[in-house]
Design a protein around this ligand. Structure first.
Ligand SMILES: [Zn+2]
Length: 287
């Protein structure tokens, strides 16, 4: 098989996997890959990614001019072109609407907390690009801000975008984002997230070098939830200082943290047993 026919088959396979895993519904999502230095192979508009055939793909130049194909290229072609323009290292771009990650994108909650070592060493952080009307120039404009420093991002009220050094690497980053979103959701439903301390995040960052993991920008550990401007230059993760501990309880999620942040006026919730113990303690101290 030629390189082009292999890539056509790979796009079909990645589309099938995305559809099978529920990352796209109906005709959602799009996939593209570089074909040599000056052309792109891209999914066409208005097809379900689960039922594509290799002959459906379009070939365009880097300005989006169609060079070959019976169908028109993806409606999100402008976003793909912008990514290739900003990231000469990117060989492939994947866009989908994985439901849990997209839920975070709808809620306006970036996946930027230091909680999983694997995610820190690969993607670093996953910011949210500002809302933009799909298929317009607004979307590439929104993506441009973060794409230089990130291989994956959420798109506000829309979905997720990943890039990679080859097609499967871009696809696996989409899997990582959805998997991370799922784990983050479960931890938050359970009521707490222990964060990896800043010092440990720095150690994980060194592992990138040891294992030859390529990243477009370094991780910047921070203990404030929003450092939006810095996110254009580095991968900002929320990681409090550990003071010798490698894991730090998430103070933002615990009742005592709320009280600390709001000067003691926040509502706290205690079980009957905890309340009884507090009262007994108070009585004992009076005696
Ligand atoms: Zn979309």
């Amino acid at each position: 098989m030629s390189a082009e026919s292999t890539l056509r088959a790979d796009i079909v396979e990645v589309g099938r996997r995305m559809y099978a895993r529920g990352y796209t519904a109906s005709n959602d999502g799009n996939i593209s890959v570089r074909l040599g230095n000056d052309r792109l192979l891209m999914t066409p508009k208005s097809v379900c990614k689960g039922f594509m055939t290799p002959d459906m793909m379009c070939i365009t130049d880097l300005n989006g001019r169609k060079l070959q194909g019976d169908r028109d290229p993806s409606t999100e072609m402008l976003m793909h072109l912008e990514v290739y323009r900003q990231r000469p290292d990117a060989q492939a771009v994947v866009h989908a609407h994985p439901p849990i990650a997209t839920g975070f994108a709808v809620a306006g909650i970036p996946l930027n907390r230091a909680v999983l070592a694997e995610v820190l060493t690969t993607l670093g952080s996953i910011p949210i690009a500002e809302y933009a009307t799909p298929s317009t120039q607004e979307l590439p404009d929104a993506v441009r801000k973060y794409i230089k420093a990130h291989d994956g991002m959420l798109l506000a009220n829309h979905g997720a975008l990943t890039v990679g050094a080859d097609l499967y690497s871009a696809y696996y980053k989409m899997e990582t984002i959805e998997h991370f979103a799922k784990i983050s959701l479960v931890a938050r439903l359970l009521g707490r997230e222990n964060l990896i301390a800043r010092e440990e995040v720095e150690r994980l960052q060194e592992l990138r070098g040891t294992y030859g993991i390529k990243a477009p920008a370094p991780i910047c550990a921070d203990d404030t939830p929003s450092a939006a401007d810095a996110a254009a230059l580095c991968q900002v993760v929320e990681a409090p200082s550990g003071g010798g501990q490698r894991l730090v309880p998430d103070l933002m999620a615990s009742p005592s943290g709320d009280a600390a942040r709001t000067g003691g006026d926040a509502e706290i919730r205690l079980t009957y047993r905890e309340l009884s113990a507090l009262i007994e303690d108070a009585i004992r101290s009076l005696k």
